[in-house]
Design a protein around this ligand. Structure first.
Ligand code: MYA
Length: 625
């Protein structure tokens, strides 16, 4: 990935830990911290007194009076700059509020996340002054909700493969045709940032490149499908959008023509950070619910918490919650500091935290037993609500490949340079020496990356493992490149494992950085929010011991997962797996009831085939549905 800014995760593939990025763990200002705590306090009071999550789930919408009240509170403008009428919060502060909202009700969280994390974000990142002045103030008050319209029936993970198309007209306007699916806030959004292929000039040739457009509902030819019905997060709204010869004025192009794919990807980095914070909140909520249930529920004459099989689950949940919180806010901090790249890190945080949430909801249902499966308790709803997090904003499978392949580009370039140097050894002697030194250091196991920050000695063993495992990643990456060369993108088993190794290293590094900051706060007598809380306070010795135990367990578990991915690289089963897959693909009977693929939008998609509810007309905008 061509990017000038340094990336902690990309460096890991070179065997290096950039401690100038890793330390110190980011911290929002005291002033912002007070603002956020106070805002969450007001939100909590309102939501707990006025919103019923069961009702939202059953009725598949957020009550309109609640949306109106949340608008008055300023919720829909928290991350929009002050000069445009918002609260101007940093990404870390925004994500703390977002985490609360998502933890309260994921449907409401998705409505907010679609609006602020991705819907309006493109205009914040790439809009010109006139566009910002027109759209941001209306978005900040919630008068106009925003949507991000990228996904299409035939382009989900393959975002660059979208088919919607716009042609420039003589007067500079564009004519847009196509359709979008699963568009969040799609039934009622007033600002729709939509992506389409457009012809652009590159190197003297006309080629198709993606361009971003700002659409408004009143544009002739713009239509919406009915709201979709879902497994979970049912308070949120998704609809299909259709564009038939929609005339889009020239001033509604966002950024430059042809720049749309990059804009979409930058927006998604922000979305993935929000999602990872929301998922961290979900893991913490599962920890609270599971512990509370296991304390109260007695079996065989003892509370569940007295049994080791349950204690093991609670400890694992706590370690995951600590890691998820650490990596979520480490990543938002990268965004806030502005001088580093965070594309791989946002993907890694999204993958790890959504996987952790999946484990957490599964365990909470398991601990609650039969009551985990029935209505009347929160557990089955949480289980359903969480499932989408491994799918949207980039499936975890595609994002693992993204981390693996993007990370491999660096060592790939280095190997190419070495190959060139070998052809002209005299001119390139310096490069060869550097490269050889790198290999020798690796072979001897010495050459620790210089750690400029002073590490707490209690964390040294974990850091040593981190260093050793980072070397393992570099060696594994080089081996994979030497063995598979240009064919490496096809070797998805290998790329996924390398992606997993890098993701584990990144989240472990973030956990260590977080722990180091907590220990430093204790040493300095400063206030800090202990794990799983958002209130800053001084730490005592007992809480420090608890934090260290959490960090120990989190790092050990991460080490084991890293080792499993590294050992799987030997690939002794890969040929067998490929052969069995080939047998399955060739031999398995189709089910008797096959399902349409949704290629034709409402014509082929069963949930979009007619009115969403009796009495509702297809395409009729419905707030919160
Ligand atoms: S919205 C829809 C989500 N869709 C996706 O996420 C699509 C996934 N696919 C992709 O991301 C891309 O297609 C992949 C690569 C990654 C597969 N940052 O050649 P390339 C640059 C910056 O790799 P491809 C939704 O779900 C790259 O450097 N730049 O491209 C709403 C290169 O530039 P250069 C990036 O192979 C859900 C160029 O692009 C990035 O085609 C609502 C091409 O790259 C990046 N990340 O694709 C959720 N990636 O040539 C609301 C690529 O200069 C939130 N590039 O090097 C609610 C949360 C609630 C939580 C609930 C908890 C309970």
């Amino acid at each position: 990935m061509a990017n000038e800014k340094p990336s902690l995760t990309r460096e890991l593939f070179h065997g290096t830990i950039d401690d100038s990025i890793l330390f110190p763990y980011p911290r929002i200002s005291d002033q912002e911290d007070r603002l956020v705590s106070e805002f969450i306090g007001r939100l909590r009071a309102y939501c707990e007194a006025n919103l019923d999550r069961e009702w939202i789930d059953e009725n598949e919408r957020i009550p309109e009076e609640a949306i109106e009240e949340l608008k008055r509170m300023g919720l829909f403008g928290i991350s929009i700059p002050k000069e445009h009428g918002g609260m101007g919060l940093s990404q870390s502060a925004y994500c703390r509020i977002f985490e609360y909202v998502t933890g309260f009700d994921p449907g409401l969280g998705i409505m907010l996340g679609v609006h602020l994390s991705i819907g309006i974000k493109g205009i914040q990142l790439a809009g010109n002054e006139a566009q910002k002045a027109l759209y941001l103030p209306k978005a900040a008050t919630g008068e106009w909700f925003a949507s991000f319209a990228l996904t299409e029936p035939e382009a989900g993970s393959d975002a660059a493969g979208i088919k919607s198309r716009a042609e420039r007209q003589d007067d500079g306007s564009w004519i847009l045709n196509g359709s979008k699916i699963w568009i969040g806030n799609g039934s009622f959004s007033e600002i729709i940032v939509a992506f389409a292929q457009t012809p652009v000039q590159r190197d003297g040739k006309t080629v198709d490149r993606v361009t971003a457009f700002i659409l408004r509902p009143g544009m002739p030819g713009f239509e919406r499908g009915p709201a979709l019905r879902k497994m979970g997060a049912r308070g949120s709204n998704q609809a299909e959008l259709y564009f038939k010869d929609v005339r889009v004025p020239a001033e509604n192009v966002l950024g430059e023509p042809g720049e749309g794919f990059k804009i979409a990807m930058r927006v998604l980095n922000s979305g993935r950070q929000g999602l990872s914070a929301g998922a961290a909140g979900g893991v913490k909520q599962c920890l609270r619910l599971a512990t509370d249930w296991a304390r109260r529920r007695e079996q065989f004459g003892q509370p569940l918490v007295s049994y080791e099989s349950i204690q093991g689950k609670l400890a694992d949940l706590a370690a995951d919650a600590f890691t998820a919180e650490s990596v979520a806010y480490f990543t938002t901090g990268l965004n806030d500091r502005g001088d580093v790249d965070y594309a791989l890190e946002s993907a890694a945080a999204k993958v790890w935290n959504s996987d952790a949430l999946d484990r957490a909801v599964d365990e909470v249902v398991q601990i609650a037993g039969g009551r985990g499966f029935v209505k009347g308790y929160p557990y089955e709803r949480m289980y359903r609500d969480a499932r989408i997090t491994r799918i949207f904003e980039g499936t975890n499978e595609v994002l693992r490949l993204f981390v693996g392949l993007s990370g491999l580009q660096g060592p790939g370039e280095a190997l190419k340079e070495v190959a060139a140097a070998l052809r002209e050894p005299v001119k390139q002697i310096g490069l060869l020496t550097d490269f050889a030194a790198g290999r020798v250091r690796l072979a001897l196991g010495g050459g620790e990356p210089a750690l400029e920050a002073e590490l707490n000695p209690r964390l040294q063993t974990h850091f040593d493992y981190l260093v050793e495992h980072t070397r393992d990643l570099r060696i594994a990456a080089e081996r994979a490149l030497r063995r598979h060369g240009k064919k490496i993108p096809e070797r998805q088993f290998i790329v996924t494992r390398l992606g997993d190794m890098a993701i584990e290293l990144y989240v472990r590094a973030a956990t260590l950085s977080h722990t180091q900051a907590l220990l430093q706060a204790r040493a300095a007598g400063a206030t800090v929010a202990p794990p799983f809380t958002s209130t800053r306070q001084p730490l005592d010795d007992d809480s420090v011991q608890r934090i260290l135990r959490l960090c120990d367990l989190a790092c050990m578990r991460s080490g084991l997962r890293f080792r499993a991915a590294r050992e799987a690289l030997n690939g002794s089963r890969d040929d067998l797996v490929r052969a069995v897959a080939a047998d399955v693909i060739a031999q398995t009977d189709a089910p008797t009831d096959t399902h349409p693929m949704g290629e034709q939008g409402r014509a082929a998609h069963p949930t979009a085939a007619g009115p969403a509810r009796p009495g509702e007309t297809a395409g009729e905008p419905r707030m919160g549905m």
